[in-house]
Design a protein around this ligand. Structure first.
Ligand code: ADP
Length: 581
């Protein structure tokens, strides 16, 4: 045996007798804080982190693109009220994940993106490292907060801080940068363990002030035509019973925003969803519950709204008040606490929606429901959106535990109206940005987190943003049925290029066979050209409990430009539309 070299002696002197490293501390800190699932894409420098997490009992779900992994983490956060965690590699992988982090923040979903990053000293001197990027600086503007762990002994604090920031107050996306060198750093195991901590009360209740509650009661009590608007913050809060109790005891009609559908069943007698325009135009007191007066609510402005309406707003974020309209009664607090306080401080019968108003809305609802029933009866060939969507609606009615994921333009707008929801938090869609690309990520996380079936109703264009995750769905054998509204285009498939030298900007391949895509990965593909075929395929697919895709062949001329929001396209002087004459 030869004597150890000088270098070997020096290295051994630095290695503790019972060592641990950054990888282990990250996994231990996540486990200590009940993180049970990580969504990610592996690569340098985080591959071993994913391996170790899995070996230590954290479920790791590996994706094909970081945006989809990030969207999965975000919606997992929404569904579970715990931060969803996404793991990305440095620079390009990090940037791919950032869309989802920003989308989570915009939608107020709790999520943490943990990303490996390159050597700090090389990055900071811009010496051209592998995947070099100042990720912390890049992330700052796209999330609620961004942190970096620069020393192995700060891993526990970094993770605790990231998780608490994501979940407390208004939830949002948090970025946590962990350079490769920190992951590989060695530290004494005992010393390392002492740096970890379990969060106490990570999302503390925020009680509203009693005078703010009394003010709101007074405003609501004076209303002749009160209306409650339920947003996805209300669904997220999981205060289902308290919200229902308030609505039913006061008799106030309510309108759900799209992801709040099902918080109370869509066929509830007080739902004014089917008399929405009239409700908004005439309500004199509007109580916003976890819903922002943003573009989705026309900023609370006339002519969609009564210009004299008074607003009561329930939100955890004080700075949301007055962002679009003056708020007569701000109720800042978490929704559960606010509704408990309202129940405590309202005298019996003090808030009560006048019968005339309820009847006016109910009459309009009945008219609109009858009109919709007529539209849904039409069974034209080639198949229209309505025919396919009615078939989907009728099948999922039988299985109310089914999660509906929905994105697209017409596919989104029409499905939102046709597919009614009966269970809270079961409709997951494009949300506040109207973003495309959430489809497969949301579907995967819904299936992974709940084990329940998922039907993803996708425009053919929207599906393209995350379609490769069909492989992920098949690899994990998830109960996800993807239903594609295939009209061969973005919005519609019949635009023409006036020069005739290639496809028009909005067209996709009309003969595309999405059903064959899933078969490449062992899933079951169906092609449906009539509503009856949609019914048969979806019934069989849901009964199988495995991955499936139904390509619904829709009339290429069906669909309107940008769906319901065509008015947001700026008007120029020319007419560029390439409609066939
Ligand atoms: P929608 O798009 O459905 O109208 P928004 O995303 O615009 O809903 O609004 C959600 C609102 O809910 C945000 O302003 C957010 O601050 C608020 N929020 C989220 N969670 C809670 C909670 N637990 N208590 C109170 N407000 C909440």
């Amino acid at each position: 045996m030869t004597a150890p070299s000088e270098l070997e002696t020096a290295v051994n002197a630095d290695v503790p007798a019972e060592p641990t490293d950054g990888y282990h501390l990250v996994v231990d800190a996540l486990k200590l804080n009940d993180v049970r699932t990580i969504y990610g894409v592996v690569g340098i420098p985080i591959t071993d982190l994913a391996r170790l997490a899995q070996a230590e009992g954290i479920r790791y779900v590996g994706f094909r693109h970081e945006s989809n992994a990030g969207h999965a983490a975000a919606i997992a956060g929404y569904l579970t009220k715990k931060p969803g965690v996404c793991l990305t590699v440095s620079a390009p992988g990090f940037l791919n994940g950032l869309v989802a982090l920003a989308n989570a923040t915009t939608n107020c979903f709790p999520m943490v993106q943990i990303s490996g990053s390159s050597e700090r000293h090389v990055v900071d001197l811009k010496q051209g490292d592998y995947e070099e990027m100042d990720q912390l600086a890049a992330a700052q503007q796209f999330c609620k907060a961004a942190y970096r762990v620069s020393r192995v002994e700060d891993i526990g604090r970094g993770i605790a801080r990231a998780l608490r920031t994501a979940i407390s107050g208004r939830p949002g996306g948090v970025y946590l940068d962990i350079p490769a060198a920190v992951l590989g750093s060695i530290i004494d195991a005992d010393k390392g363990a002492k740096t970890l901590s379990r969060l106490v009360d990570p999302a503390p209740r925020q009680l509203p002030a009693p005078d703010a509650v009394d003010r709101a009661i007074e405003v609501l009590a004076g209303a002749e035509r009160p209306l409650v608007v339920l947003g996805k913050g209300a669904a997220y809060s999981q205060a289902d019973d308290q919200i229902r109790e308030f609505i039913e005891s006061t008799g106030i009609p309510y309108v759900p925003m799209s992801m709040a559908k099902g918080l109370l069943p869509d066929d509830h007698p007080q739902s004014a969803a089917t008399a929405r325009s009239l409700a908004l135009k005439k309500a004199d007191v509007v109580m916003l519950v976890g819903a922002r007066l943003n573009w989705l609510l026309n900023h609370g402005q006339a002519p969609q709204w009564n210009p004299d309406a008074k607003f009561v707003q329930v939100d955890i974020e004080a700075t949301e008040m007055d962002s679009n309209q003056p708020i007569a009664a701000p109720l800042v607090g978490d929704i559960e606490s606010v509704f408990e306080a309202l129940a405590e401080r309202t005298k019996p019968g003090q808030i009560s929606a006048p019968t005339a108003w309820r009847e006016e809305l109910a009459a309009r609802s009945a008219q609109n429901v009858a009109k919709m029933a007529e539209r849904l009866k039409v069974d034209k060939h080639p198949m229209q959106f309505m025919g396919a969507l009615k078939a989907i609606r009728d099948v999922v009615h039988e299985r109310p535990e089914t999660y509906i994921v929905n994105e697209g333009a017409n596919a989104l707008d029409l499905a939102r109206n046709v597919i009614d929801m009966h269970v809270p938090r079961h409709r997951l869609d494009s949300g506040t940005w109207g973003v495309m690309g959430i489809g497969m990520g949301y579907a995967i996380a819904a299936a992974v987190e709940t084990g329940d079936p998922v039907v993803a109703v996708e425009g053919d264009s929207a599906f393209g943003f995350s379609g490769m995750e069909l492989e992920t769905i098949c690899r994990y054998k998830l109960p996800v049925v993807t239903v594609i509204m295939n009209n061969g285009g973005v919005y519609r498939g019949d635009d023409v290029n006036p020069l005739g030298d290639g496809p028009a900007p909005t067209t996709l391949m009309s003969e595309a066979r999405h059903d064959l895509m899933i078969e490449a990965f062992g899933g079951k593909g169906y092609r449906a050209t009539t509503p009856a075929e949609v019914t048969a395929a979806l019934t069989e697919a849901l009964a199988s409990g495995g991955p499936a895709l139904i390509d619904c062949v829709i009339d290429p001329s069906a669909g309107t430009e940008s769906g319901n929001i065509g008015h947001l396209n700026p008007k120029g002087i020319g007419n560029f539309t390439g409609k066939k004459k």
